[in-house]
Write a protein that binds this ligand. Structure first.
Ligand code: IPM
Ligand code: MG
Length: 368
């Protein structure tokens, strides 16, 4: 149901196609949940240009004063020589860490009518419906990093560190999510090589004892990459460490036909707790099409639906947005990532078509 109080959304559009697609998501949220208010702040390369830093204090302050963040994308050319902590990407990593958002939920769903857009044969993809639960605040992304000359040899290090509690909470999250779905968890690791993966597997087996109704399967990450293209429908919930999840989630998204309709939620509590989160397309900045008004806004709009569900408790609004996007994708026309240039529509036209499929807001959702 959700409360009808005012919800404050921090909009951080960022770089590349970020501003175009977040604008579409804001239009949809305004239409469906008129009690949302929006405040915008710079992030990423845009913030480096305006404030000299990828995550300015005022952006962090706006985020802290908000119920959720609608995030676009960050990155861009010209930062290749900077260390990771000074690059545009440091902003999203800093936000995830600052808010303790350890659970990244990345659904990959074969939209009916779009199976022929998959790089795989349509019959392999029809009915695909999986969620990758990616650990988001540990592993290689946040381990000790260094670049030093050792005995005359330039040596770079990125440490892959996991603590028991970090593994336990993300695995619990995945099991709790599986309970709301087909009750199958695939834990992906590299336990034949990595110590951190051995600990991951041990803890996963322990946690599974508390979820006797869920089937647990372990899979090595290289095999998982292969099984995803062999039979994506075999997966329900995949839980994995940060870097493996980054890679596998792009693969899973592309199997649906486009990365342009893949949303994500980054959360800091169990999947049933209504709380703060960051909601963003997984696609990135798409510099090749940025600024032309042709990017697919579906991922951002579906991320707004996840925001409504996980941060605002507006399950019904979320389902309405998801239905409208699915109908629009099925009916076409769609954006250039899915339809041929002559037929494809703009970001705004696609968003108009989604809005046209949304019934007027519930009277109870109007501000009083
Ligand atoms: C993602 C992105 C980010 C990540 C980048 C922009 C830092 O690829 O959200 O998947 O690697 O987490
Ligand atoms: Mg990624």
């Amino acid at each position: 149901m959700g409360s009808r109080s005012v919800s404050r959304i921090a909009v951080l559009p960022g770089d590349g196609i970020g501003p175009e697609v977040t604008a579409a998501a804001v239009r949809v949220l305004r239409a469906v949940i008129p009690s949302c208010t929006f405040g915008e702040a710079p992030v990423g390369a845009a913030a480096i240009a305006s404030h000299g830093t990828p995550l300015p204090d005022e952006t962090l302050a706006l985020a802290r004063a908000s119920d959720a963040i609608l995030f676009g994308a960050v990155g861009g050319p010209g930062f290749e020589d900077r260390t990771p902590d000074k690059r545009p990407e440091a902003s999203i990593l800093g936000l995830r860490k600052a808010f303790g958002l350890y659970a990244n939920v990345r659904p990959s769903f074969a939209f009916p009518g779009l199976e022929s857009r998959s790089p795989l044969r349509a019959e392999l993809v029809r009915g695909m419906d999986l969620v990758i639960v990616r650990e988001l605040t540990g592993g290689l992304y946040f381990g000790p990093k260094s670049l030093e000359r050792e005995d005359g040899v330039l040596t770079a290090r990125d440490g892959l560190v996991y603590r028991d509690f970090e593994i336990e909470r993300i695995v619990r999250f995945a099991f709790a999510l599986a309970r709301t779905r087909r009750k199958h968890v695939t834990s992906v690791d590299k336990s034949n090589v990595l110590m951190s993966s051995q600990l991951w597997r041990r803890i996963t087996i322990d946690v599974a004892r508390d979820f006797p109704d869920i089937t647990l399967e372990h899979m090595l990450v290289d095999n998982a990459a292969m099984q995803l293209v062999r039979d994506p429908r075999a997966f329900d919930v995949i839980v994995t460490e940060n870097m493996f999840g980054d890679i596998l989630s792009d693969e899973a998204a592309m199997i649906t036909g486009t990365i342009g309709s893949a949303p994500s939620a980054s959360l800091g509590a169990d999947p049933h707790a209504r709380g703060f989160g960051i909601y963003e397309p997984i696609s990135g900045t798409a510099p090749d099409i940025a600024g032309r008004g042709i990017a697919n806004p579906a991922a951002a709009i579906l991320s707004a639906a996840l925001l409504a569900r996980f941060s605002l408790g507006e399950d019904e609004a979320a389902a309405r947005i998801e239905d409208a996007v699915a109908q629009t994708l099925a009916a076409g026309p769609r954006t250039v990532d899915l339809d041929p240039p002559g037929e494809a529509v703009s970001t705004d036209a696609f968003t108009d078509a989604v809005l046209a499929r949304l019934p007027a807001p519930l009277a109870s959702a109007l501000p009083s």
